[in-house]
Design a binder for this molecule. Sequence first.
Ligand SMILES: [Zn+2]
Ligand SMILES: [Zn+2]
Length: 229
Amino acid sequence: MKTKRLKKLGVMFVATAMAVVMTSVATITANAHDSDRWGGKTGYNTANLRFNINSSALIQGPSVTPMVNVGTYSIVRCDVQGWNGVSRGVNITDVNRGLSSGTNTIQVHGVWRRDGVLGYVDVYDSNGTFLTDTTRNNNGDWHRAVVFMNTNHDDWLQGGVSNSVGTQRVRKTFIHEVGHVLKLRHPTCNSRAVMHQGFPFVLGGNNSLITPFRQHHDEINLRMKWGSL
Ligand SMILES: [Zn+2]
Ligand SMILES: [Zn+2]
């Protein structure tokens, strides 16, 4: 009888200890950071956003294997819309191939670079003035955002990785750049996030904070910015 009771107490103690651990983990991951997000809420409507992926972003140079090819496009299309269902203020209604423009249409273009930059987003104010990294933070009401994807095949395969890893990098970069369009910045904290800058797959230098897909911390920041569901 006594032994049984002790056992029960022991179980209760373990359960309490686990609850404490779980609470502290939840507290750490549940923190959103203001520095992880840009200001402003108008300019374009994130609750009714379209993406147009231009053919220049889908086709590589003539002598190399297409990285973001037509086959990859259907995957990337899902990745872009994968930001839906997180916040009531974010709804990407459509992802198309083409060049149609409009207030709520985000264009994705290809650009040939040789500096290892895989993707980036340019933003403009209501006058069409380009906002630098510094000014975009002060003028949060961007009226236009344009995504650029590097079409240099070699840059995607930095570190001598395989084509399939290159494709994973393409997907990560698309997800990451769409996060920027939704006004998420590079996290300043040590939470795992797709919004960290860099490769999630680097030979000999992998940073485990950089993830290929959206993480809990990205979602929390998005909800803090645009509201919960
Ligand atoms: Zn953070
Ligand atoms: Zn970035």
